[in-house]
Design a protein around this ligand. Structure first.
Ligand SMILES: Nc1ncnc2c1ncn2[C@@H]1O[C@H](COP(=O)(O)OP(=O)(O)O)[C@@H](O)[C@H]1O
Ligand SMILES: [Mg+2]
Length: 136
């Protein structure tokens, strides 16, 4: 469970998934790409949503992550996907966030990416990376 505003534990979900992926022996590049995506997605829940749950599933040909949050949702997903677009507060920017590169970086670092957001309800991200059956 990822809690909104919980900067203190920011990155913990991504770090846990990274440790599991290392344990399972995936390629370093796969681990790095998915960890970047997970960290950005996790921080977005902390900054913009109330709480969320990250799940990851290893399939024979891919690793799939779903991050479902309850929160205000994203009004204009196309706008939110633009590089540099951010609604981060001054406080978040002071913490080094709010470059508006999170969602674009999730997309760039994954092999598939879907975003589904309902205003006033929340946002679900589903993304992942392809894996070689021999890499794990
Ligand atoms: N889970 C979310 N819930 C609500 N709004 C979000 C969520 N994730 C992203 N957003 C919105 O999309 C914008 C762009 O996100 P992102 O590319 O990660 O940039 P940043 O986090 O630097 O603002 C955010 O500023 C915010 O307005
Ligand atoms: Mg972000």
């Amino acid at each position: 469970m990822i809690e909104g505003n919980d900067f203190e534990h920011g990155g913990q979900a991504a770090a846990s998934v990274k440790a599991i992926m290392r344990e399972l022996g995936f390629d370093a590049a796969v681990i790095r790409r998915l960890s970047i995506a997970n960290f950005e997605a996790e921080m977005n829940v902390i900054m913009y949503a109330w709480h969320g749950v990250l799940e990851f599933t290893v399939l024979p040909d891919r690793i799939v992550v779903t991050l479902e949050d309850e929160g205000p949702g994203i009004e204009d997903v196309e706008l939110a996907m633009r590089e540099g677009y951010s609604t981060a507060t001054a406080e978040m920017r002071a913490r080094g966030f709010g470059a508006g590169m999170g969602l674009p970086n999730i997309k760039r670092n994954t092999d598939f990416f879907e975003i589904d957001s309902k205003r006033g309800r929340g946002t679900t991200l589903r993304y992942g990376v392809a894996i070689d059956a021999r890499s794990a």
